[in-house]
Design a protein around this ligand. Structure first.
Ligand SMILES: [Zn+2]
Length: 464
């Protein structure tokens, strides 16, 4: 017999090992966390023992460069698509779309859930197109159907005050998704609205922001503890980042538009304090541009064709004919109401240091104790695709810009090991199947080896 029982056992054991590896690989997970408005240098303001232990086991960038404009909706969507704002189309928190003939406002639930506004391909769509399962607890764009997909699990955003109890509940939900016995997510996103809200209200250098950084550190500790308690330390890569930074404002640094803009000569005029988008009526372009340009040296006024190329902010119909951008720390006021006054703001030139957010990462695929030079947040999408072992959709990033964060080629070697395992496993399966079939049909396939066999058979037949 050319196949023995012991040989079958060895092969079964081999296949079981390969299946176990495949199982572990399948359930390797990625968790992306955003703390809104977490400026790059906030970690140095107070003691942050939990962020510290996360960094000690992983990587930290000095800072990362957000995209222009440095606002919440555009940058969160850039993080998950790898696209500049002109490419994904969320060009501000509020904008006008001439094709749809509609304005988009980030506080309008109908707008937010309207898939027509969302371009590009967010990471949860790429993941699900490749057979993954995604869970999103609040992320810009996650409430809309995009390219025919919604996240497998998601939560509609509700305005809320920061509270540890709520944050723990959100974290528990994400951990439940990741540990679901039937269909665990391999990609989870988790968003916290702080320290942005506190930074706006009290300013980035306030003791209130320091308290909020401690609270962010506390929830980070809770997340890490939960990951460990569920035995996921070696199976979860975690990225902690943010959309933008924050800078101090002053009532002395505001430019008044009242009297300078005749809104009867514009189709759309959206003032968002750190800038404004102006769509002049036909024939009034030059007049409005000239008037606005003369207002104040602390506000830049560009025709669409003049916006500096470094902003990657011109090639989209939603970018206005005339764009106003206040210098960092300055604001534009119109029909002013004091309730609009905030001690901290963002959205300015994305080359200003105060606009830059944090980037930290840890997990089996990342280096340990490594500090990286800054990179752009358009790189995060491609990095996440690499971690998930999936091919990214077209984007503005390049894996070369961030591959140095990964443990020595760990991701690529996993790819290679996985491919070899599939090849070897597949071959062994075929051989094993052939052997089993041969064993089962052996009596029927057995041919007479000698004349003597025929004689025995003949004797049997004769006796019958
Ligand atoms: Zn934000």
């Amino acid at each position: 017999m050319w196949i023995g029982k012991s040989t079958i056992h060895i092969w079964i054991l081999t296949l079981w090992s390969l299946a176990s590896y495949a199982h572990a690989k399948q359930f390797e997970r990625l968790l992306l966390i955003s703390f809104d408005g977490f400026r790059w240098d906030y970690l140095s303001k107070v003691d942050t023992p939990n962020f510290d232990r996360f960094i000690a086991n992983g990587v930290k960038a000095d800072w990362i460069k957000d995209t222009y404009t440095s606002l919440t909706f555009p940058n969160h969507y850039t993080i998950v698509t790898g696209l500049y704002e002109e490419s994904h189309g969320i060009v501000a928190n509020e904008f006008y779309d001439p094709d749809l003939g509609m304005e988009f406002h980030n506080h309008n639930v109908t707008n937010v859930q309207d898939g027509r506004f969302w371009g590009g391909e967010p990471i949860w769509v790429t993941n699900q197109k490749n057979g993954g399962t995604s869970g999103v607890f609040y992320w810009v764009g996650s409430e809309a159907e995009i390219k025919g997909y919604r996240p497998n699990h998601y939560a509609n955003y509700t305005v809320h005050n920061a509270s540890m109890e709520l944050w723990v509940n959100h974290t528990d939900q994400v951990i439940d998704w990741m540990t679901d016995p039937k269909d665990p997510v391999n990609l989870a996103l988790l968003y916290f609205k702080e320290p942005d809200a506190t930074g706006h209200r009290f300013g980035p250098d306030s003791p209130e922001v320091e308290d909020m950084i401690r609270q962010c550190d506390n929830i980070t500790g809770y997340i890490l503890d939960q990951i460990a308690e569920h035995g996921l330390n070696d199976l979860v890569n975690i990225i902690i980042t943010s959309d933008h930074g924050m800078t101090n404002m002053s009532k002395d640094r505001f430019i008044t538009l009242d009297g300078h803009v005749d809104e009867t000569k514009t189709d759309h005029f959206l003032n968002y304090v750190i800038g404004a988008s102006v769509w002049p009526k036909s024939g009034f372009e030059d007049e409005i541009y000239k008037n606005l340009s003369a207002i104040d040296e602390h506000v830049k006024v560009w025709r669409k064709s003049e916006i500096p190329a470094e902003y990657h902010y011109s090639n989209n119909k939603r970018i206005p004919e005339i764009l106003m951008a206040a210098d960092e720390g300055w604001g534009i006021k119109q029909n002013w109401d004091d309730k609009h006054y905030l001690l901290g703001r963002h959205g300015f030139n994305n080359s200003e240091m105060d606009m830059h957010p944090i980037f930290l990462a840890s997990g089996p695929s990342f280096k340990k104790g490594y500090v990286s030079k800054p990179f752009e947040n358009v790189q995060i999408y491609g990095l996440m695709c690499e971690l998930l072992n999936i091919v990214p959709a077209p984007n503005n990033g390049s894996l070369d810009a961030v591959s140095h964060l990964l443990a020595d080629n760990v991701s690529r070697s996993v790819n290679l090991v996985w491919q070899i395992a599939l090849l070897v496993g597949g071959t062994l399966c075929v051989i094993l199947l052939v052997c089993i079939v041969r064993e089962l049909f052996k009596p029927y396939l057995k041919k007479p080896k000698s004349l003597h066999d025929w004689d025995d058979r003949s004797a049997l037949l004769e006796g019958a």
